[in-house]
Write a protein of this length. Structure first.
Length: 296
């Protein structure tokens, strides 16, 4: 695991990373993030650096984000910003990374993105070779457990669905609870064990994919772990969806197992529960519908 450099001040980080005489000349704030403040730093020599910042208490989140970006980068399969360092500075914590300068999309943008995502999904597994990750991380503002498991279905139950259902307990009637318990104890009827764990982005929607100056799709803001690649594909469909060319090209890689359509809403359930727990009851009907679909 690549060590993340940590600093006690932003100016110290800039000097260490770019040279003793370098300093931040300008900050331009960027919109689009859900959780953190984001800006592009322009250094006195014109270099550009991307910085995310938040309260000091968010330093562990930034460390986890950095570990996720590094894990994706380690595969060499797909564009992802290089992590430069993290740290704290006068009441804030920050994460510094390579600034991805946007470019014109290549003609086969979605086909290339699908092929590179599939290559990430099929990259060699690091660490223990189990489902999970070496540390927990965050999905939106909620912590997700990555305790290693030797099998996918128990991991998905114990580290994904069950903690979210528990956190949302107040929304459910006795009838709902019966269905949820049935679902959790019969997941193997609906899901399939993959051949082996795949590195997944973990929060793959259109807002977490940007176009680089190579014209290709780059991944940002991951919540990585070793899991089932279908969970990334299901999430892309959940919030808006990517164009058909993406799905056709991903299917062509052979990474999507037969029966995906029957499983995908169970994977959606995790994200919908997370939204229910973050944003409230607007997501309850979607959660209940899926629970009923599988646990009638
Ligand atoms: P948050 O953690 O608050 O959700 P994001 O990681 O999604 O923040 O970043 C906010 C926005 O900043 C993104 O929508 C994207 O447009 C832009 N962005 C993120 N990372 C980079 C980067 N390395 N280079 C250029 N722009 C970036």
């Amino acid at each position: 695991m690549k060590k993340i450099k940590e600093y006690g001040s932003l100016s110290g980080a800039v000097k260490d990373l770019f040279g003793e005489s370098r300093y931040v000349e300008k900050r331009s704030y960027v919109s689009g993030g859900d959780i953190n403040e984001a800006c592009v730093l322009t250094l006195d020599d014109g270099s550009l650096v991307f910085m995310k910042s938040n309260a000091v208490s968010s330093l562990p989140n930034f460390r986890a984000e950095a570990a996720g970006l590094n894990e994706i980068r380690r595969t060499g399969a797909i564009g992802v910003p290089e992590v430069l360092g993290a740290g704290t500075d006068e009441g804030i914590s920050f994460l510094l990374m390579e600034y991805i300068i946007g470019g014109r999309r290549v003609r086969s943008f979605w086909e290339t993105f699908a092929a590179e995502l599939a290559a990430m999904h099929s990259a060699e597994v690091s660490g223990t070779g189990e489902y999970g990750f070496f540390e927990d991380n965050w999905i939106g503002s909620r912590r997700q457990s990555n305790t290693p498991h030797s099998k996918w279905i128990p991991f998905f139950r114990d580290c994904r669905l069950a903690p979210q259902f528990n956190a949302a307990a107040r929304y459910f009637s006795t009838e709902d609870v019966k269905r949820i318990e049935y679902l959790l104890s019969h997941l193997d009827r609906f899901l399939a064990e993959p051949e082996r764990p795949s590195l997944v982005h973990g929060d793959l929607w259109s807002g977490n994919m940007i176009t680089g100056n190579d014209g290709k799709g780059w991944l940002i803001d991951p919540a990585v772990y070793y899991g089932h690649p279908e969970i990334d594909i299901a999430m892309t469909e959940l919030f808006g969806g990517f164009p058909p060319a993406f799905y056709e090209a991903y299917k062509e890689t052979g990474m999507l197992q037969p029966g995906y359509e029957d499983r995908k809403e169970l994977y959606d359930l995790y994200q919908l529960l997370n939204h229910l727990n973050m944003f409230g009851s607007g997501y309850l009907p979607g959660v209940k519908r899926i629970v009923k679909k599988y646990a009638g």
